[in-house]
Design a protein around this ligand. Structure first.
Ligand SMILES: C[S@@+](CC[C@H](N)C(=O)[O-])C[C@H]1O[C@@H](n2cnc3c(N)ncnc32)[C@H](O)[C@@H]1O
Length: 289
């Protein structure tokens, strides 16, 4: 059963969004390095653009970075993109993944956006009204992925970002990635997941490793992994990551985690080769502070 309780607006711009959207901008920049058209399929698109409200989770995320944005040159293209939605310089709006993707489309590129929640879908349609190359679908993503992957361009990204409100959503992600590996082996894949307790994640990683793709997990943790009920960190499964992406993340993510964790946090960035050529160094590698 798909979840319809989750609304992303309270979470928009939080630490997990900063991490996810920063990595997304780097993947999109990499896709732009070749002239041939690409397609981005965003399976759980959300509302598109969020108005930030006092007390929201963005205060620990983009809200901390925004006043000191000139001190983060390595995040320049992500922060510049957020700035396009806040022309006066005051942080009022936060772009979700569809807006991030839209900003990177060139003539001839495409985006396929799926969203199941009726209100989120309505907002998304408004955000994307007349956006060239963008198709918005009110559809259950787990069916939609099978309809829209592989895209005809045979070049691009599948972003999978479910709310994980249902216990079977880890299994749904694995099924979607398995489908992808069968039908679009050379696609790029980014799948987000929450980290609460570490042991929950291990079987997920084993299942991704079983796909026998070039798969990595990058984990961005800012709180001690000792509570099951809160989001202590989040991870991204990256399949076929663009050249040098992991090297860039190895340099840029640790200081970002340290800054966002703040005093009393427990910043940790982990890079785990799950399967593929890099797996001989397969012991989880972490950067602790
Ligand atoms: C974490 S939010 C997406 C955030 C968005 N990707 C971003 O980065 O800005 C997850 C979204 O998935 C939607 N959703 C939940 N189950 C779904 C399903 N089975 N198919 C499509 N959308 C779904 C929710 O309504 C919610 O808007």
């Amino acid at each position: 059963m798909a979840s319809l309780n989750y609304r992303h607006s309270y979470h928009a711009g939080n630490i997990a969004d900063v991490f996810k959207h920063y990595v997304l901008t780097l993947v999109l920049e990499a896709l732009q390095r070749k002239d041939t058209p690409f397609c981005v399929v965003d399976s759980h698109a959300g509302a598109g653009l969020y108005e930030l409200e006092r007390g929201g989770e963005h205060e620990q995320g983009i809200g901390q970075l925004w006043p000191e944005r000139s001190a983060w040159p390595m995040l320049a293209s992500y922060l510049e993109l957020v700035g396009r939605f806040n022309p006066g310089g005051r942080l009022r709006f936060y772009p979700g993944s569809p807006m991030v993707i839209r900003e990177f489309l060139r003539p001839g590129d495409r985006a396929v956006l799926m969203e199941l929640h009726p209100q989120e879908y309505g907002s998304l349609r408004e955000c994307m009204y007349h956006a060239p190359g963008v198709a918005v679908h009110h559809i259950n993503a787990w069916n939609g992925i099978r309809a829209f992957v592989p895209p005809k361009e045979n070049r691009g990204l599948l972003l999978i970002d479910p709310p994980y409100e249902q216990p079977d959503e880890f299994a749904d992600v694995i099924a979607a990635l398995r489908y992808g590996m069968r039908h679009w082996r050379n696609g790029l894949y980014v799948a987000w997941y929450p980290i609460k307790l570490r042991r929950r994640i291990e079987s997920f990683h084993r299942a991704v490793a079983g796909l026998k793709a070039s798969a990595h997990a990058v984990e961005f943790i800012t709180l001690p992994l000792d509570m099951d009920r809160r989001l202590n960190g989040s991870g991204l499964i990256l399949i076929n990551p663009p050249w040098q992406l992991l090297d860039v993340l190895r340099v840029n993510l640790p200081p970002l985690a340290q800054r966002l964790a703040g005093a009393g946090g427990a910043p940790q960035v982990r890079f785990i080769a799950l399967s593929g050529p890099d797996v001989r160094a397969s012991r989880p590698r972490g950067v602790r502070f």
